[in-house]
Design a protein around this ligand. Structure first.
Ligand code: HEC
Ligand code: HEC
Length: 408
């Protein structure tokens, strides 16, 4: 080989090695126990008092917390629930679409899982406590398209969903946990024996999810114990203006009640659109309310939301109303993460609403034309300033909800 040829060859080799190395680094950060993680959960010697704060047995919630953040629950041990639902982002993530354990990109934005109604996990007083009666559970619309109504039924779905955690089956999951030493003690404490079953895993996860309630934390913006006027005391004049615009001038609260854990909605029959099904939830009070609307993101929605589940034309483009708690940290926004900032969300309501068959009736004028809200720039900024006050730093940083595998 000529000298120049040899140099070229060596250069190609070096380049190849660099590429290989960086790929390896990439897959390493996806892999088992990256450098910033412990191989076993680090838990406080005295368990956090979930019972006092959330009415959930503390040992059950502790087990749930470990399960939630444990990558061993995925087929290739790369992904936990907490990989997509991160505490610092109010249990959402800061990317448009997450990737599942097998590297595939999901098609919907990871929602913030906090304050979800429907958990109603009874406090287990005796450690041999029975599982809660399903009929006691509040009904809830889960997922952006509301396709599931029971937390007990959904909670283990991501584990075996091949696009998410890709665990082959529940038998493998149970085998894996049985072979993991720290679960012996955790199951013993939570249930009084170390037998591991699918039902027990699901119940513990539910127990932890029931604790993800930002309203239980002390924060001036969300403390339910305070009166309305006290709640406003910490707001600046500008934020108060934003609050008024949100509630009174632009009626955002018709769909989003920012102080409710999940948006509550005045009831509109059939969701208010012609020919739609009736995505209503019956509350314990007997009141029926709908949580799902089409806000005109697209004239022809690519993702049909509820319509893809019911196969009814009148449900196309209809999505669940998300909570606005901690909304400042859950960007990007909407079911497809299309908006990077709160300003762009408000711009949508201001002049971006598309005419589409199932558009929510509050976005139509009496003559049927689309009613964009025409929010001025200063009003937009005030609304955004108000939305940012719905943040609770205690919730976003408390060790009670943090990843016990993560080195701090
Ligand atoms: C790879 C990312 C990923 C992983 C891992 C993951 N999720 Fe999710 N989760 C999502 C996405 C995306 C959605 C919304 C899907 C949809 O609406 O179609 C979602 C929805 C949810 C919801 C419904 C929230 C609501 O407001 O309706 C709950 C609850 C939930 N996940 C809990 C979990 C639990 C528990 C685990 C672990 C067992 C888990 N997730 C693992 C991405 C993930
Ligand atoms: C007709 C009911 C309705 C009204 C009125 C409404 N919204 Fe929404 N909002 C929704 C729905 C439904 C979504 C989710 C839509 C989707 O992803 O397809 C949403 C999404 C959002 C989001 C993104 C949340 C997230 O987690 O991605 C924000 C922020 C928001 N709305 C703020 C507002 C503001 C501010 C107003 C008033 C100017 C308002 N909304 C009025 C129903 C409504």
């Amino acid at each position: 080989m000529k000298k120049s040829g040899f140099i070229l060859f060596s250069l190609i080799l070096v380049a190849f090695a660099v590429v290989l190395y960086s790929c390896k680094k990439e897959s390493y950060s996806f892999g088992q126990n990256p450098e910033d993680e412990y191989s076993e959960p680090v838990l406080p010697s005295q368990t956090h008092d979930y019972a006092k704060k959330h009415g959930v047995n503390s040992d059950l919630a502790t087990l749930g917390r470990v399960l939630f953040f444990d990558k061993k629950l995925s087929g290739n041990k790369t992904t936990s629930c907490g990989s997509c639902h991160k505490q610092e982002f109010a249990f959402a993530d800061n990317v448009k679409f997450n990737r599942g354990a097998d590297g595939h990109e999901l098609t919907r934005n990871s929602p913030s899982i906090q304050g979800l109604k429907g958990f109603k996990v009874d406090v287990i007083d005796s450690i041999n406590g029975s599982f809660p009666n399903r009929t006691n559970q509040e009904e809830i619309l889960l997922f952006w398209d509301g396709r599931q109504r029971s937390m007990a039924d959904m909670v283990l779905n991501p584990v075996v969903n091949h696009k998410e955690m890709n665990m082959p089956d529940f038998a493998t999951l149970i085998q894996t946990l049985k072979a993991t030493n720290y679960y012996v003690d955790l199951f013993n404490k939570a249930y009084g024996n170390n037998e591991i079953t699918q039902e027990k895993i699901a119940f513990a996860l539910q127990g932890f999810l029931a604790c993800l309630n930002t309203k239980a934390e002390n924060s001036p913006s969300t403390s339910s114990a305070q009166s309305q006027s006290n709640q406003d005391a910490h707001l600046t004049a500008f934020e108060k203006t934003g609050k008024k615009l949100f509630h009174e001038k632009y009626n955002c609260a018709t769909c989003h009640d920012p102080l409710a854990p999940v948006a509550t909605t005045v009831f509109v029959p059939n969701g208010g659109y012609q020919g739609g099904s009736t995505p209503v939830v019956t509350m314990p009070s007997g009141e029926k309310i709908t949580f799902m609307f089409n806000i005109g993101l697209d004239a022809t929605p690519k993702d049909q939301g509820l319509g893809a589940i019911t196969n009814i034309g009148g449900d196309k483009g209809v999505f669940k109303v998300p909570t606005l708690q901690n909304i400042a940290v859950t960007a990007p926004y909407m079911h497809d993460g299309r908006f990077a900032t709160l300003e762009s969300v408000v711009e949508h309501y201001s002049h971006g609403i598309n005419d589409t068959r199932t558009l929510a009736p509050m976005f139509r004028n009496l003559n049927g034309s689309v009613k964009n809200l025409n929010i001025s720039t200063i009003e937009r900024d005030a609304i955004v300033a108000f939305l940012k006050t719905l943040k609770n730093d205690d919730f976003l940083t408390s060790p009670m909800y943090s990843n016990p595998f993560k080195k701090s």
